[in-house]
Design a protein around this ligand. Sequence first.
Ligand SMILES: *Cc1c(COP(=O)(O)O)cnc(C)c1O
Length: 389
Amino acid sequence: MFRMERIFENTVDFIRDLYKESSSLIPLHAPVFLGNEKKYLEECIDSTFVSSVGKFVDRFEKMVAQYTGANKAVVCVNGTNALHMALMLVGVEVDDEVITQPLTFIATCNAISYIGAHPVFVDIDKETLGLSPIALEKWLTDNTEIRSNICYNKTTGRKIKACVPMHTFGHPCKIDEIVEICKKYHIELIEDAAESIGSFYKDKHTGTFGKIGVLSFNGNKTITTGGGGMLLLQDEKLGNKAKHLTTQAKVPHQWEFIHDDIGYNYRMPNINAAIGCAQMENLDSFIQNKRETANQYKEFFNNISSIDFFSEPENCRSNYWLNAVLLQNKKERDDFLAYTNGNKVMTRPVWKLMNKLPMFVNAQCGKLDNAEWIAKRLVNIPSSVNCLL
Ligand SMILES: *Cc1c(COP(=O)(O)O)cnc(C)c1O
């Protein structure tokens, strides 16, 4: 115990030194506004186009599409409703099933639930923290059958419409293998890339492998618009449909109000998009900065045998949105959380596994050994862009 406390003390000292912050609270992830944010906001207000029409909305979409290589990008009010929209766009309906990972933020499962669909939980890989292609294939082989190109769950009789892997803390999962499996089983693929703007798998941006990818620009993400989300699409027609449905399904007309579908008011206001444009201009430097911080953590924890730093998986370039360490067991994890938070260095355990939450305790699950192993040990440590680097 004494030995561990010395290690925790050294860790707190190291983090305080890294962020040159000797006594105040060090947050887990604070936004940084160093560029044109104020200028664009002022332009936006001066123009009076503060709401859902304006040049920053279009510019922000173009910037993100170009950066990620997506054919089309469509803004949303936040990542959660972008996920909801993505699931509707690929045809998920009431009582369908959607496969996802138990280790994710609640938004993934909430979006599935908004439709009245049901999540099925399949294990993660320890080396990516994302959905395991091996576990996915095994679960599908054991539990499903294909009839007329539709995948059915043999136990529940329901259709399995979609699969939503998540790129945890910005680390890409083995997405190319998941693409192949989903194709084979006629399942639509949506990537929850809410945490992974700026993360690449084999030089291709996360969120551009599936039919739709979803980004989040919440205040704690790598770049922020205050609140915000985006859909990344490859199919131009589906992209246009996404735009239509997120903007009340209004048919363009000079003065008449005509709507040809049940639409949603999911469009990001111009004022948020203005911040987004300024943040995009700094994205590359933010990521370089975050990768440098990750390197420093890695070197530090290399000398500590009882705490492992989580490094980016093979063939990946991660944005290192949130740095993570693994403690030896739950007791040491809890001691580490108590010590660091007690000393005003903000750290957090990983989310409680989705299948343990009251809404999803009855969800069907594969074997979740890796997720359970990780959930007991993982802690996120301060990861903001370091303005002093
Ligand atoms: C942040 C996040 C979302 C979306 O969150 P919003 O706050 O609605 O933008 C979705 N999934 C994951 C995994 C996230 O981390």
